[in-house]
Design a protein around this ligand. Structure first.
Ligand SMILES: Nc1ncnc2c1ncn2[C@@H]1O[C@H](COP(=O)(O)OP(=O)(O)OP(=O)(O)O)[C@@H](O)[C@H]1O
Ligand code: SF4
Ligand SMILES: [Mg+2]
Length: 341
């Protein structure tokens, strides 16, 4: 088998805090190929951003312990030096954050910031870098890019700033783009435009994308594969169709039931998942979802609270739950009946 483009193997990211060790990511594995989009979904605090900041090497080593492997084209990144990571960031891999205003400097023009990133990684001249900045702004759909290149971030609307940040993230043709809730703050129309833009750019450059979101509707639009995180672990993964149409984990089922139907208006009341996300200082024993799981009592010997369910993955499909396939079929059938009839 060929080496996957990006591969996480049993990644652990733990933070030392005054209150103890926060196990933010606790044994996460996945592969991502070029030209594909992996959607990562999960409640607030499930470890989505921490995972992706680990890939970029952005955690402070003074209070962070990382374990496992992050392999980018076979090169291990956890043990890479800061200067090696610095070279990769912005060049081979880059990230779009939720808040463009906080990520752009208010003191420099949009064009200067894009050009600077380009110059840093390519050694291009100022003139070449400015031309490249204009070209990137044009590509992301900024009108009159040769004029707007000299605007400061506050002169751009929210949607335009987000586009500018995408232009900056893509200026060096990265092979991996991590988008952390890049459209949450935008209105629905602009959100749709940005998603289309990412899809176009992916087609053009063959970029691998990790797209983090709370919104399963966004996942349905953009992802090829989906990874569902709960309490710093993956509870379910598979293709978009598998995960959204035939979930195998009670938590995924809960997420789907707590949002409006993806395939048309259905008269089903929404039911949020009861309880709150787990403590990562003192995570629940066994299955981390057990204190909130409606099906835990169906599993014999109280295994849900004592034994960690393994994530068994075959051909990219898997879930971590003690329920048998037959139990799931029976217990989850209500979901299928109400949603897809
Ligand atoms: N530097 C840090 N020190 C201590 N704890 C941290 C640190 N960074 C993140 N955490 C904790 O790690 C957990 C996972 O955080 P993370 O930001 O990955 O969540 P998330 O899934 O991205 O959530 P959201 O959807 O709200 O963005 C949280 O409990 C958070 O408080
Ligand atoms: S292992 Fe048990 S508690 Fe965890 S999701 Fe499955 S049934 Fe629920
Ligand atoms: Mg986050």
């Amino acid at each position: 088998m060929s080496t996957p483009f990006l591969s996480l193997r049993d990644l652990k990211v733990h933070f030392s805090t005054e209150d103890g060790i926060v196990k933010a990511v606790d044994g996460l594995s996945f592969d991502l190929e070029k030209g594909k989009t992996l959607g990562i979904v999960g409640e607030s605090g499930s470890g989505k951003s921490v995972t992706n900041m680990a890939i970029l090497g952005l955690h402070d080593p003074r209070n962070t312990t990382m374990d496992g492997e992050i392999l980018l084209e076979g090169k291990e990144l956890i043990s890479a030096s800061e200067s090696e990571l610095e070279k990769l960031r912005g060049n081979k891999m880059s990230m779009i954050f939720q808040d463009a205003l906080a990520s752009l400097s208010p003191y420099h023009t949009i064009g200067a910031q894009i050009a600077e990133t380009y110059r840093k990684h390519t050694g291009a001249s100022k003139k070449e870098a400015r031309a490249r900045a204009i070209e990137m702004l044009r590509r992301v759909g900024i009108p009159q890019p040769d004029v707007r290149v000299d605007d400061y971030p506050h002169q751009f609307s929210g949607g335009m700033r987000q586009r500018a940040m995408i232009a900056m993230a893509l200026v060096c043709d990265p092979e991996l783009l991590i988008a952390d809730e890049p459209t949450t703050a935008l209105d629905v129309t602009v959100q749709a435009q940005i998603m289309d833009l990412l899809k176009d750019l992916q087609q053009e450059f063959g970029t691998a994308i990790i797209f983090i979101t709370h919104d399963l509707g966004v996942i349905a639009d953009i992802a090829d594969d989906v990874l569902v995180m709960y309490g710093g672990r993956c509870v379910e993964r598979g293709t978009k169709k598998q995960v959204l149409s035939a979930p195998e984990h009670p938590y995924t089922l809960g997420l789907l039931n707590s949002m409006p139907s993806l395939d048309g208006p259905v008269d089903v009341p929404l039911s949020p998942i009861p309880g709150s996300p787990p403590s990562l200082l003192n995570p629940p024993s066994g299955c981390r979802f057990h204190p909130r799981c409606a099906f835990a009592e169906k599993v014999t010997d109280g295994r849900c609270s004592s034994e960690r369910p393994k994530l068994e993955v075959a051909e990219g499909r898997g879930s971590a739950c003690h329920l048998t396939v037959e139990q799931k079929r029976e217990l989850f059938s209500d979901y299928a009946a109400t949603r897809h009839n």
